[in-house]
Design a protein around this ligand. Structure first.
Ligand SMILES: NC(=O)c1ccc[n+]([C@@H]2O[C@H](COP(=O)([O-])OP(=O)(O)OC[C@H]3O[C@@H](n4cnc5c(N)ncnc54)[C@H](OP(=O)(O)O)[C@@H]3O)[C@@H](O)[C@H]2O)c1
Length: 368
């Protein structure tokens, strides 16, 4: 027997075992992904680690994420103040843009592998792969890169929900938008214009107000320069505003009550100024016949979100293609620097969205 054959015969079980290990290792590596992780606390507690890829459930699609973004909710979740809804991923990230990688059971066949999509998520977006309900996928508008697409789902769908599902804004009405240069605010200003209504904003600097007016706000007031309510009344000839989009709450309560018009709709969707109010609250509400509605999006049912995504896809997405509305990207960070992104948001430095690049230079490498 030739020596080499004999050698192979002796070592073949060892080689086979090695090959099996390597195959298993490669298979396992394929099932892992990089994702943002954190220990409860400050932005410095964020880091990136290898974790298991999501396992797809009924009606879910796996997205290979190119870009994602951060939101205030992520900063609250990191502090331990806003846990994910039951059954949702505990990885941060409420939106993602990327390509369809694979399908779970029961998908409809509407999408195909490689489609460029963006999605509204209840969590899990700050990672290389995320499972999304198929019903919440939206096509990335033609010609738009992943970075801009990642800036759309959470704040645009929130703003659309606030204005149309809750606030029922009508043509010719006036909407007061607080946090006018925030992610939600910059989307809301443009949606108010699309609805044929007028917006007035508040924000904390002249630069932010200039951005808001460049996007379509009729006027803006710097809340750091004192009471804005008389200025808003002057700007509306004493009538006040029909709708308030309020992400501030407590610290603005008195001023909001002064500026809301009779029969006004006050949509409360955040509490950046605290949740405490005092005084003759009910009498004022009664006299002006004001309705206050509190609303959140993340914990809503799949049916509700599906309807929202469907309406938005039909009524707003075509306007991104035509250029009449645009996502506002303030800056981008690579996934490994997500702590810096949270810090920037908590220092109120951003105007519009802070986007996270999961595949860096994604738009230079990938065809649109
Ligand atoms: N309910 C929901 O479903 C829902 C969904 C999405 C977002 N939200 C809420 O919407 C708000 C905006 O979110 P975002 O991601 O768009 O935020 P963002 O881009 O981080 O902008 C928030 C801006 O609000 C201003 N602000 C912060 N604290 C304030 C205070 N105490 N008083 C007045 N203004 C203050 C800051 O700008 P200035 O420089 O102008 O002060 C800050 O840059 C947050 O409260 C978020 O939790 C709610």
């Amino acid at each position: 027997m030739p020596a080499d054959v004999h050698t192979v015969g002796v070592y073949s079980p060892w080689f086979t075992a090695m090959l099996r290990c390597r195959t298993l290792f490669t298979h396992m590596a394929k099932q892992m992904m990089r994702a943002a992780q954190f220990e409860k606390g400050g932005p410095e507690n964020l880091y990136v680690a290898e974790v298991a890829r999501p396992v797809l459930g009924e009606g879910q699609v796996l997205i290979r994420v190119h870009a994602t973004a951060i939101n205030r909710a992520d900063t609250l979740q990191r502090k331990g103040l806003y846990p994910p809804p039951p059954g949702e991923s505990d990885i941060l990230g409420l939106e993602a843009a990327g390509v369809v990688e694979s399908f779970g059971p029961g998908c409809s066949g509407k999408w195909k592998i490689g489609d460029r999509v963006m999605s509204l998520l209840a969590g899990g977006g700050n990672s290389e792969y995320v499972a999304s309900p198929e019903k919440l996928l939206m096509p990335i508008p033609e010609g738009m890169d992943y970075i801009n697409a990642a800036a759309i789902p959470e704040v645009w769908l929130t703003a659309y929900q606030l204005l149309h599902f809750v606030g029922k804004v009508q043509t010719g009405e006036t909407v007061l938008i607080h946090g006018g240069a925030s992610g939600v605010g910059t989307a809301a200003i443009q949606l108010v214009s699309l609805a044929g209504a007028k917006s007035i904003v508040t924000a904390g600097s002249e630069n932010k107000i200039a951005t808001a007016t460049s996007l379509g706000a009729s006027i803006g007031f710097n809340y750091k320069e004192g009471d804005f309510s008389q200025k808003v009344l002057d700007a509306t000839n004493g009538k006040g505003v029909d709708v308030i989009l309020d992400c501030v709450g407590g610290s603005y309560y008195e001023q909001n009550m002064n500026v809301i018009a009779t029969d006004g709709r006050w949509v409360l969707y955040g509490l950046m100024g605290g949740g405490q109010i005092s005084g003759d609250v009910l009498a004022k509400l009664l006299r002006k016949r004001v309705s206050i509605t509190g609303t959140t999006l993340r914990a809503r049912s799949l049916e509700y979100k599906t309807k929202l995504v469907g309406n938005f896809t039909e009524k707003v997405l075509p306007h991104f293609k035509s250029g009449s509305v645009k996502p506002i990207v303030f800056t981008t960070f690579p996934l490994e620097k997500i702590g810096d992104a949270h810090k920037m948001m908590e220092e109120n430095k951003n105007t519009g969205k802070i986007v996270i690049e999961v595949i860096q230079d994604t738009d230079k490498k990938d065809e649109l």
